[in-house]
Design a protein around this ligand. Structure first.
Ligand code: SF4
Length: 445
């Protein structure tokens, strides 16, 4: 097994001290900014010298750790850990692959192994990404790309979030960009925040000092507020004087501004809409966009993204036909957002082994479970309950190359290998486990 393989996306095939990496893509959030400049120092240290936000800097400047595989908490060779992991999974009736924090190449390997041993798949962010997926499956939607936003938006309506808590550089890169392809004066763009309280709306102030419109309400009240806006955009009259504390007149004005705009964009972050049945609020937003397109141009823009969730769902969909919360247990792919919920499968005892994957973040350890657990994860992962097998893997975009989908799902970008690490990639470990599970089942026969 190679500890750190090269591929065509490897922007720095021979990382060396003092090297400056330009146009580096950052996988720390769904924006996948691809303009970072990173200098490699001694002993594998990395320093972001240009275009990083706090989250991006934290991601790239984490120290190089070379922890070793463990079985039952004791250090072992990689081969021993792989053999033990394969034995657990091959002898399991309903293996569950969860966490799934990885990029495209890692997920492709995961899908192959899931298919070969009949596993069920769920991502650690499914609880929030499902709020979007259910709308696409139920009704479809009209959404746009970050490039379209950068070049065309004239009115940005942000619902239930300040965006920057999730995607720090959004306004810098997509709204107040100094140039567009069509000569638009971006400083004349309008920004409206609708819903949420105490948000950081300072990023919505234009370079010329124009303040955004802020219409606050409790986040749980967004279902009625977005339903009211949808009705007003559709030309209905409302008799209530306020909706969730927002004067109805303000919503009437907002509906008129959306109709007058040449290219409005309505943005939201699914994980910020943390209340029951938030998919119905997302659908209010997307149906409002569809209504506006009868007379002008408007698009939705789902934002957020972390732990490779967009990449994992895209890869799963093109390989199996479904996003995660899918299963190969019956020998063919099935999808069920309720029955294939990892938390439910572990709590009910239906899953009798767990393969947990957390390549990006040390803090995303697996949930406690009585089922035998294998963890392929960030080398600094801390555990409350030591798993049966732990195999540290390289961090995508730092220790090895890879590929990620951007939040708008229409662009993939290469991740670079920025430093020398002896850690194997997730794909390498999964491939070795797959080979060992085949051996294991041959012996069982
Ligand atoms: S905004 Fe997101 S992608 Fe861009 S540098 Fe910050 S964390 Fe990385």
């Amino acid at each position: 097994m190679q500890s750190s393989g090269k591929n065509q996306n490897d922007l720095s095939s021979t990382p060396s001290n003092g090297k400056v990496h330009e146009h580096v893509a950052c996988p720390a959030c769904g924006l996948l900014c691809d303009d970072l400049v990173i200098r490699q120092g001694a002993s594998g240290t990395l320093e972001v010298t240009k275009n990083g936000c706090a989250k991006g800097i934290r991601f790239f400047e984490q120290p190089l750790l070379e922890s070793s595989p463990r079985v039952a908490g004791k250090p072992v060779s990689l081969e021993t850990a792989v053999a033990k992991a394969a034995a657990i999974l091959a002898n399991s009736n309903q293996p569950l692959f969860a966490g799934l924090s990885t990029e495209v190449q890692g997920m492709r390997a995961v899908m192959r192994l899931a298919d070969s041993i009949g596993a069920t798949l769920d991502h650690m962010n499914s609880y929030s990404s499902l709020r979007n997926t259910l709308v696409v499956q139920n009704a479809g939607w009209m959404v746009t790309t970050l490039t379209e936003v950068r070049n065309r938006v004239d009115l940005l309506l942000v619902i239930g979030t300040d965006i920057v808590s999730y995607n720090s550089r959004f306004f810098e890169r997509q709204i107040w960009n100094p140039e567009t392809m069509f000569g638009q004066d971006t400083s004349s763009r309008e920004v409206v925040y609708l819903g949420g309280r105490g948000l950081d709306t300072s990023h919505g102030i234009s370079p010329g000092g124009t303040k955004p419109t802020v219409l606050e309400c409790d986040i749980e009240k967004l279902p009625e507020v977005t339903a009211a806006l949808h009705a007003l955009v559709a030309g209905k009259k409302l008799s209530a004087e306020t909706i969730a504390g927002i004067p109805t007149d303000e919503l009437v004005k907002l509906a008129a501004r959306l109709h007058e705009a040449k290219y409005s964009v309505i943005a939201w972050v699914s994980s910020a809409l943390d209340f029951p049945h938030a998919e119905l609020t997302v659908q209010n937003i997307t149906e409002t966009v569809i209504k506006l397109n009868e007379k002008t141009r408007s698009s939705g823009l789902p934002l957020g993204g972390s732990e490779g969730d967009y990449s994992v769902n895209q890869t799963s969909t093109w390989i199996s036909g479904y996003p995660v919360r899918n299963s190969f247990k019956r020998g063919y792919p099935e999808y069920d957002p309720y029955h294939f919920d990892a938390a439910r499968l572990l709590e009910s005892g239906e899953a009798d082994s767990l393969l947990w994957i957390n390549s990006f973040s040390p803090g995303k350890a697996p949930p406690e479970t009585k089922a035998p657990a294998v963890v392929l994860g960030h080398p600094a992962t801390g555990f409350e309950q030591e798993p049966d097998v732990f195999i540290p893997v390289g961090i995508p975009g730092i220790d090895h190359a890879g590929t990620m989908f951007r939040i708008d799902s229409s662009v993939t970008l290469p991740l670079a290998r920025l430093r020398q690490s002896t850690l194997p990639t997730l794909a390498e470990v999964i491939t070795a486990i797959e080979a060992a599970t085949e051996l294991d089942s041959t012996h069982a026969d």
